[in-house]
Design a protein around this ligand. Structure first.
Ligand SMILES: C[S@@+](CC[C@H](N)C(=O)[O-])C[C@H]1O[C@@H](n2cnc3c(N)ncnc32)[C@H](O)[C@@H]1O
Length: 237
């Protein structure tokens, strides 16, 4: 306003919020640089032959936004939940697991490529990260998806048939009210399957976030979320 009155080009004055966000961005950029360094080793031949993508990191800010929404959903869907459990399916060097461990009670990562897995494990062992654990194995054979409240995946498999098989496997095993955060995946295909509004199925909550619940229950929770998030900063929504 002062700038305008002085005949200068009006510019948006920076608020304490903007300053805080700039620092927040700086922290995330540093984290992404570190992740790039940790993941600079070659993808293993075995993982390539199995149809896996190499470690490609999702943007950390996008990831945190998704975690925020997942937590908002769970706070309404499961208000008495004490132990919230997160799983990254194809965790690479495990940075998203580290981030999630500060939001949920425990955070685990599953990784096929032994090279990436070793880096993730070493990092955890050296920093004694609380609530963090990693498993080396094939997600296509994993039977533990039902133990998690939040399941995250950033397009692990290049092989489209295997990727679809993995998605089906996750949805079948996922517990009621589980949140699935999925980037560049094909869960919409599963959502489109028509079902009774009372039957538990997979539904889209936001663009990259799905929940396993009934259509009716989802609508009720969405109403509550809309009432609660009316006051929240659009940075997150
Ligand atoms: C695109 S990267 C995602 C890395 C990390 N989750 C992120 O979001 O930044 C995909 C990872 O999934 C792993 N992956 C692919 N197929 C897998 C499988 N069947 N089981 C376990 N891990 C797998 C790859 O080795 C790779 O590290």
């Amino acid at each position: 306003m002062v700038a305008k009155a002085n005949g200068m080009k009006a510019s948006r004055e920076s608020s304490p919020d903007d300053t805080w966000l700039a620092f927040f961005d700086a922290g995330l950029k540093t984290l992404e640089t570190l992740e790039e360094y940790l993941a600079c080793g070659e993808q293993s031949k075995r993982a390539q032959d199995h149809g896996c993508f190499a470690h490609i990191a999702l943007d950390a800010k996008k990831f945190l936004r998704d975690l925020h929404k997942a937590r908002a959903f769970l706070r309404i869907a499961k208000p008495r939940m004490k132990d919230s459990r997160f799983l990254d399916v194809g965790c690479g060097v495990g940075m998203k697991v580290q981030l999630a461990s500060h939001v949920f009670s425990s955070a685990h990562g599953l990784e096929f490529d032994k090279g990436y897995f070793d880096v993730a494990r070493r990092l955890r062992d050296t920093t004694l990260s609380y609530g963090v654990d990693y498993f080396h194995g094939d997600a296509l054979k994993f039977d533990g998806f039902s133990a998690y409240n939040v399941i995250y995946l950033y397009r692990p498999m290049k092989d489209i048939e295997k990727q679809m098989e993995l998605e089906d496997r996750i949805v079948v095993q996922a517990q009621k009210d589980a949140v699935i955060i999925a980037h560049l995946c094909g869960f919409d295909r599963i959502c489109r399957r028509k079902r009774d509004p009372e039957e538990i199925g997979l539904h889209r909550l936001f663009d990259t976030i799905y929940v396993k619940t009934s259509q009716r229950r989802l609508e009720k929770i969405q109403e509550q979320m809309a009432a609660q998030t009316g006051n929240l900063s659009t940075v997150w929504w």
